[in-house]
Design a protein around this ligand. Structure first.
Ligand code: 5RP
Length: 228
């Protein structure tokens, strides 16, 4: 395992310690969150956790959970989620986030909004002083609106790139496209989030502001827990 993956695993496994038997648990998506799913599965297999219901934030996460033996439910049956453990692409000092480079931002934000606790797990490379300095802001858009939405996002100061995978347009689990918006940093992410949402056809953006309750961050000098 690479050193970075080892840090991802450490952060994920520390966060899983917050889970108690009987909880409804939001299962995040990405290369860090997968370690949490695997750990939950291992604790269930050992009998150290029981009666967990996982709410997956992506089809790929649901498949991983099934492989790991984590029982799954839906927000229809479990509209209140006790805790969600998920990764992030950028984390600022106030625990505001950019998420969605894994393409699951819409379901991730829906599950996060339904959660009493949103625990973010990451290696220390994800910490930034200002959002938008390293990662683009992913914006999920209905395909019909992709051109006017791209023009609008450009007018907000972004360099806009439609997300591709394997040489084709990337399509989300909800059937939409993602426009990755590269800004030269975001001095006011809340205002930018509101401006982005104002455009018809924009379904959601990857700015998660005031949502994370904790961040578990693993670095060379150990694991730290930041609280909002
Ligand atoms: C997926 C996400 C991921 O949580 C985010 O991209 C971090 O992924 P990774 O742990 O692979 O760096 O938001 O939509």
């Amino acid at each position: 395992m690479s050193a970075q993956n080892e840090l991802k695993r450490q952060a994920a496994e520390r966060a899983v310690e917050y889970i108690q038997s009987g909880m409804v648990v939001g299962l995040g998506t990405g290369s860090t969150a997968v370690y949490a799913v695997r750990r939950i599965g291992a604790l269930l297999a050992e009998g150290r956790l029981q009666r967990i219901v996982g709410i997956p934030t992506a089809d790929v996460t649901a498949r991983e959970a099934e492989v790991c033996g984590v029982p799954l439910g839906t927000l229809d049956d479990h509209p209140s989620v006790d805790i969600t453990i998920d990764g992030a692409d950028e984390i600022d000092p106030q625990l505001n986030l950019i998420k969605g480079l894994g393409g699951a931002l819409l379901r991730e934000k829906i599950v996060a909004a339904a959660s009493r606790r949103l625990v973010i797990i990451a290696d220390e490379s994800k910490r930034v002083d200002q959002l938008g300095t390293r990662a683009p802001v992913p914006v999920e858009v209905v395909p019909f609106a992709r051109r006017p939405a791209a023009d609008y996002l450009t007018s907000l100061g972004a360099r806009v790139v439609e997300r591709q995978r394997d040489g084709r347009t990337f399509i989300t689990d909800e059937g939409n496209v993602i426009l990755d918006c590269y800004f030269p940093g975001l001095a006011n992410p809340r205002e930018m989030g509101q401006l982005i949402r104002a455009q018809p056809g924009v379904v959601e953006h990857g700015l998660f502001l005031g949502m994370a309750t904790e961040a578990v961050i693993a670095g060379a000098r150990g694991v730290v827990v930041l609280e909002r």
